[in-house]
Design a protein around this ligand. Structure first.
Ligand code: ATP
Length: 253
């Protein structure tokens, strides 16, 4: 569903590279986590998939089509995008934020209301309570749920999520992660999720690509990485969730 072929990005005319010659495939219905430290090129990679950033070289296919052959605006309508700062419009109600794009596409008000209600219920924000509220009347976790509902409004097959749970407390984060997986499976979404948290990648992803300084150091399923990190940096990233797991097991024995 998503294919990156030898993708590179330089911001300074080729002296340095934020992303260096990455090739990746995400099969339909699967979740790929891009994992790595600050500045490793995760966001740049994900933003090239919906053409918020153009690669310096290489090719990207979505659903078999070269994305440079598609209008960026239309491409972005087909791809859900959720990011940490969410970007809800403060003067619009929650329901209007969720269906803003549908309004621009000419979908009638009654139908938009029905869609907003269904999506809000789906992300566990009961529509009778939340549809009419303003973004300022929500908690951070609730706002993130609205961002997720908004991304689902265009019924995308592909979803890009850039640190979507980064700013949330651990309890809210945990419930949103579980919610995301439920909806992703239910709708058969193909997703790329950016995270710097190995535990999150292990929980959510079918495949994890570990990035460092613009390169993919290692790609594999969570099980493959745990069994054979194949790289010192990857091994170090796995140490924390492993230690936490062992400690919890010991304490509950
Ligand atoms: N618009 C830009 N102009 C110049 N350099 C940029 C631009 N955007 C990103 N970069 C550089 O590209 C590199 C990769 O940045 P990117 O945002 O992809 O990293 P990241 O892995 O997502 O980091 P973080 O986890 O901190 O968000 C960094 O060195 C960054 O400074």
């Amino acid at each position: 569903m998503i294919e990156l072929q030898n993708i590179s990005k330089s911001w300074d005319g080729g002296q340095t590279f934020a992303v260096k010659n990455i090739s990746l495939e995400v099969p339909t219905g699967k979740v790929l986590a891009l994992l790595g430290g600050s500045g490793s090129g995760k966001s740049t990679t994900v933003k090239m998939i919906n053409r918020l950033i153009e690669p310096t070289s290489g090719q990207i296919l979505v659903d078999g089509e070269d994305i440079t052959q598609q209008d960026p605006v239309l491409l972005r309508r087909r791809i859900g995008y959720v990011f940490q700062s969410i970007g809800l419009l403060p003067h619009l109600s929650v329901a209007d934020n969720v269906t803003l794009l549908l309004k621009l596409q000419g979908v009638k008000a009654a139908e938009r209301t029905a869609i907003a209600n269904r999506l809000l219920d789906m992300v566990d924000l009961p529509s009778e309570t939340f549809a009419g509220r303003l973004p300022s009347e929500l908690s951070g976790g609730q706002r993130q749920r609205v961002g997720f509902a908004r991304a689902l409004a265009a019924e995308p097959k592909v979803m890009l999520l850039d640190e979507p749970f980064g700013a949330l407390d651990p309890v809210t984060r945990d419930s949103l992660q579980i919610e995301f997986l439920k909806i992703q499976k239910q709708l058969g979404l193909t997703a790329v999720i950016v995270t710097h948290d190995m535990a999150e990648a292990l929980l959510l992803a079918d495949m994890i690509a570990v990035m460092n300084e613009g390169e993919v150091l290692r790609i594999g399923t969570p099980r493959e990485l745990l069994q054979d990190p194949g790289d010192d940096y990857v091994a170090r990233l796995l140490e924390t969730p492993r230690r936490h797991g062992e400690l919890v097991r010991e304490l509950s024995a």
